[in-house]
Design a protein around this ligand. Sequence first.
Ligand SMILES: Nc1ncnc2c1ncn2[C@@H]1O[C@H](COP(=O)(O)OP(=O)(O)OP(=O)(O)O)[C@@H](O)[C@H]1O
Ligand SMILES: [K+]
Ligand SMILES: [Mg+2]
Length: 748
Amino acid sequence: MNRPVVQHPAVHDPEQAPAGSTAAATQSPDPATVTDEVPTEPGTSPGRRASSLSWPQVRSALPGAFRKLDPRELLDSPVLLIVEIGAVASTVLAVADPSVFAVTIVVWLWATVLFATLAESIAESRGKAQASSLRATQIQTTARRVEAPVDTTRYTGNLLALPTVDVASSSLSVGDVVVVRAGEVIPGDGDVIEGAASVDESAITGESAPVIRESGGDRSAVTGGTVVLSDTIVVRITAAAGSTFVDRMIALVEGSERQRTPNEIALNILLTSLTIIFLLAVVTLQPFAVYSGSRQSLLVLTALLVCLIPTTIGALLSAIGIAGMDRLVQRNVLAMSGRAVEAAGDVDVLLLDKTGTITYGNRQASDLLVAPGATIADLASAARLASLADETPEGRSVVTLVDAGYVEHVAATTQDDGAVVELVPFSATTRMSGIDVSPAERAGTTSTPRTSIRKGAASAVHAWVHSTGGHTPDQVQTLVDGVSASGGTPLVVARQTGAGPAQVLGVIHLKDVVKTGLRERFDELRAMGIRTVMVTGDNAITARAIAEEAGVDDVLAEATPEDKLALIRREQEGGHLVAMCGDGTNDAPALAQADVGVAMNTGTSAAKEAGNMVDLDSDPTKLIEVVQIGKQLLITRGALTTFSIANDIAKYFAILPAMFMVVFPQLEVLNIMRLSSPESAIVSAVIFNALIIVVLIPLSLRGVAYRPASASTMLRRNLLVYGLGGLVAPFLGIKLIDLLASLLPGIG
Ligand SMILES: Nc1ncnc2c1ncn2[C@@H]1O[C@H](COP(=O)(O)OP(=O)(O)OP(=O)(O)O)[C@@H](O)[C@H]1O
Ligand SMILES: [K+]
Ligand SMILES: [Mg+2]
């Protein structure tokens, strides 16, 4: 976020801002102080942050680490709770019977717990910096609220002309309608219901290029705190203050809503079981020790227990999870659940919506193609009439095209004041839109007959024409296929006059552009074992043309929202883990059903609500990074668990011989480490056990390096590196510490 919204001139300079646009200057802190609070160095913006650990980072995480020592905070990590109980008990013992040995043990047991809470606190601190820069977008502004409640779903007049009243943005509630002009901050989350504008969303996405937000289509959602750069839009508020997109982002990056995933819970159960096993092992050690005349002190047994239980992974588990989410945020992806991130690591099918996901989604009418038996005048007039009330960007583009290129063909329509006009809005299920005009019924006049016009997907309009007794000429199919083959979307226009059969007038060519660089990225997904399927409401030929251009593996054409949902269910039943990228309200059910539902930030609020991730850059190939981060998270957790357990087992064999050597000289052969004394062996093991946590914090935050390779190759490699490493490390580490510790009086 190197361009916080507070730096925008409209907010900076109350003199320049249009009257009533922003009360930021009066109600929010002075812009200068706000800017001070916002980390503006490039290092803090998403996707550009370094992942190494710095001392200031550690220092700022320390207070949090101490706060987390509260046993209540450790309740969901039994391993750490045991260590803390051990630390308390040893403290009591050390006070009762002080010695260098006892004090050393006590200090390092506390250090063990602190290093664990520090790991989590550091992982969280990165998000906190980001949250504070997001908070800067939540400035108080004055909203221009439409005074009287309007039913915007029915109101067809000019919303911009309605009287407005100035209110504080914080007092807006869901359903309120506000007008936002150029230079003003959008006062809350909502959908554009009238107009189109360029919007600066850099406060949220870090991306400085303005984006277009317009009513009707799949690019209608706006986010509170972003700035309208040009034109005026009417927005219906969809989120109350306090539960906005930015609020969710803040909760997310701060980790305050972090819930443990089923995988983490399962691992915790394993760690707890191991802890109980080692607890029993240590407890049953004492009778043997007593029998053999080497009764061990409670202090030694506590220290031994802590060395043996899986403290390393117990300490790093939560940091690994938080860091994974953080890595996504750095790439401008907001994951609403950790479960989705983990699922991403195993995804093997990716479904993508076409318009707005694979293409830029700016579908514009570019040409009119006349059907045999019709005239260009017929087609242009009908296309325009059927689009006048079509609030989708496609609909508006038809009106624009006719007015710009065919206006001389449009017959001057005589205004029939009494005519009853019924609008047929576009829906993804009917895949048509249009208008029904019934002339006024007046006695004595020869009234013109009732007229119905439909435009839409060829198959849908064909079915409608057929239902009226008409038919679609073969040449129309040729026109449709021609448009489709070029990757365009054909809209067939037909008109029914009176009760007679409908006539096909021609075809509108909607053009869209495929996003650049998709092919290479889809190749990469294929290499990762992920099959890409484009699902679209468009016809099969267009779908295939775009699929060909973008390089996806498979297509499902003429898909209704239900079809998209059914496809996902089918794949899931076949044992696949499915990701879905989409932007439209009609994608929402599919986004909700998918294991990983990535909504494009350019999409509708419904899509963003339904998915469990939002890509702020609206880049469908971002799934590659999401999958890599998911895999990396799973691999890192697995690797550190392997290391931790191998470590504990090694410690058992490293210290026990040293401890019992005095009574069982035969153990000498096992004492390959030649530790200087039983006390030194115990102290060194405890210190090693604590330090290994610190050593592994950077790795758990950064993640184990991920290279595309088969799961079994990865597993073999990790078992080798982290399993073997975990077995060897304690022998080396403890020996080294023993050499130093033995220099201490009372230990060596
Ligand atoms: N305004 C409109 N009026 C009539 N028909 C339309 C309109 N917009 C789209 N259509 C038709 O409906 C079909 C499906 O709509 P839409 O594109 O929204 O579906 P979708 O499933 O989201 O597919 P995608 O976004 O992948 O293209 C389009 O391919 C087009 O033929
Ligand atoms: K341990
Ligand atoms: Mg769509």
